[in-house]
Design a protein around this ligand. Sequence first.
Ligand SMILES: Cc1cc2nc3c(=O)[nH]c(=O)nc-3n(C[C@H](O)[C@H](O)[C@H](O)COP(=O)(O)O)c2cc1C
Length: 187
Amino acid sequence: MSARILVFAGSARRASLNKRLAAVLSASIVAAGGEATLIDLADYEMPLYHGDWEADNGPPEAARRLNALLAQHDGLALASPENNASISALMKNTLDWLSRIDGGATLQGKAALLTAASPGALGGLRGLNHLRDILHTLGVTTLPQTLAVSRAHEAFAEDGSLVNERQRGQVDQLATRLIHLALALKG
Ligand SMILES: Cc1cc2nc3c(=O)[nH]c(=O)nc-3n(C[C@H](O)[C@H](O)[C@H](O)COP(=O)(O)O)c2cc1C
């Protein structure tokens, strides 16, 4: 039995550093024996959550599509940008909409690996604490180990791989741990 992991970044920016990190996570998950589905939130455009909009329309089509995709997976691997010491509005909005479908039932019981990439010295580490709290509230079990790639504008080689060998090893180890956690939670 292999673990199916949905992978995305909390940035839709074309040159997103977190999208690059998400691609690295996806490759490591596959190398570790898991199945990875790498998506771009640019393909899941949702309005900013608003209760009146929801009352008039229900969850947006992109949220229902993403929820259906998530339902086919055992876990999440996230690359989360840090905005003003927290998570990006895109990541929060995506999670908020998912939490409004069947009371967030699809997220419950999933495993998650949290990572971040930032040009800054802390690599987006502070935002991961917020992301962990939010996901725990939604019933997601997160790996205690995280990875924050600092000076991320210098961290990737032309072929998309991480330049730093130690970080490459860390990602591989995290991918293996995520797969184990996802399979354990699946039961
Ligand atoms: C509004 C805003 C706030 C930001 N705040 C932080 C921050 O608190 N910490 C940090 O490391 N980087 C911060 N940044 C820089 C982002 O980490 C950087 O733009 C990063 O490349 C965004 O992720 P992406 O490349 O995946 O799009 C901020 C950027 C913006 C636009």
